[in-house]
Design a protein around this ligand. Structure first.
Ligand code: AMP
Length: 186
């Protein structure tokens, strides 16, 4: 089977955890733009230097930077069998870019997994996670606002394309995992 999976959902919805587990089950790479960017910052690469100030504030990194990163990653050998994108696309422009990139690939297998979690739960989870500078209460509120304005419109975008699958993410890890497995068929 060839899988093209996109995880959609607000920060704290559990995208990263679920995407990682699903990637292991389906034996395909888990591509997290947030992880790649954090790695670039840790290694102080030019990409990391450009991305850091945006990430610290909770802002989105400019589309072009992320788009180039994703294009290169999807062309790597291990992505030939499929992939899971976690944290990309995050704007309608990024989604349009991905659509164009996918016209060269087989796009029938695209599924967008939208994790739905109430806002109160998200804030609790993010405060508990305390990952770094972008997980302090003020930045969390700001990231949720960025999500509402820039990323939430993708729900409609993929609904119209017929690839959206919404899942209640306000359940135990295992319940959510099973719901996702059933949709994907792994
Ligand atoms: P994440 O780990 O997915 O929550 O991403 C952490 C941060 O990385 C975000 O708050 C953004 O600053 C940046 N980032 C990750 N993915 C993207 C993307 N697709 N577009 C723009 N910025 C991104």
């Amino acid at each position: 089977m060839y899988y093209q999976l996109i995880f959609l959902g607000p920060p704290g919805a559990g995208k990263g955890t679920q995407a990682k587990m699903l990637a292991e089950t389906a034996k395909i790479p888990h591509i997290s733009t947030g992880d790649i960017l954090r790695g670039a910052i840790a290694n102080n690469t030019p990409l990391g230097q450009q991305a850091k100030s945006y990430m610290d504030k909770g802002d989105l990194v400019p589309d072009t930077l992320v788009a180039n990163m994703v294009r290169e990653r999807l062309h790597e050998a291990d992505a030939k069998k499929g992939w899971i994108l976690d944290g990309f696309p995050r704007t309608v422009d990024q989604a349009t870019f991905l659509d164009e990139l996918l016209t060269q690939l087989d796009r029938n297998s695209l599924k967008v997994l939208n994790l739905e979690v109430p806002e109160l739960t998200l804030v609790e989870r993010l405060v508990a996670r305390g990952r770094s500078q972008d997980d302090n209460p003020e930045t969390i509120r700001y990231r949720l606002e960025v999500y509402r304005q820039k990323t939430a419109p993708l729900i409609d975008y993929y609904q119209k394309q017929g690839s959206l699958h919404s899942v209640n993410g306000d359940r135990t890890l295992e319940e959510v995992r099973q719901a996702l497995s059933a949709i994907v068929g792994v």
